[in-house]
Design a protein around this ligand. Sequence first.
Ligand code: CTP
Ligand code: CA
Length: 225
Amino acid sequence: EKEIACEKDLKGKKILVTAGPTQEAIDPVRYITNHSSGKMGYSVAKAAMLRGADVTLVSGRTAIEPPMFVKVVPIVTAKEMFDAVTSVSDEQDIIIKAAAVADYRPAVVSSEKVKKKDGEMSIALERTDDILKYLGEHKKENQFLCGFSMETQNMVSNSRAKLEKKNLDMIAANNVKEKGAGFQGDTNVLTLITQEEETSLPLMSKEDAANQLLDKILMLTSNQN
Ligand code: CTP
Ligand code: CA
């Protein structure tokens, strides 16, 4: 079987993967989140594990089973993901941030259920910390930092801007509106963007996309040394 025949070309590498959505509480019964299924990140973690890497998976709540033989760190909020990631980031050779982190959270979390009233209501939101930007600002020598980017328009230019702004080595862009791409399905259409190049992968399983992404990272990091 493919999984047994797999070449251990990531042996000795420490890889941190983040996956899934974050949930930001409004009150004890409600929260703000997004459509992330965790499948892309879990596929990356599993592929890296099968290829011999020492994998840590920091994951938001998902409906799927995490792969075996990876260190799973479950988190719920963006703040918890920030703490879990930054406490192990220094020792990682490669960090792949597939998680869909909330950009905003309720400024105040009500300790009691918010009761409805007549008329409109609004919730004040505050920004969460950008984990990837922090990692880019504190990047270790020879550490490879890969982000993901979810766009509905201007995918390449918006993703390039994130590559620059967050000091990334690569960003894997996908367009939520494209058929077979994005959050919920088992397939994806990724464009791998670095400073120098742009590789558009065709529609494929998230498992295959994960391996292509790891192939590209391996190629780029072996050029570097
Ligand atoms: N990211 C992060 N921390 C955040 C927000 C995003 O680490 N608070 C990471 C994601 O895990 C992803 C990358 O940044 O790898 C890009 O996320 P995305 O939502 O596409 O971009 P943003 O920079 O948040 O910009 P916007 O949502 O406005 O497009
Ligand atoms: Ca965002």
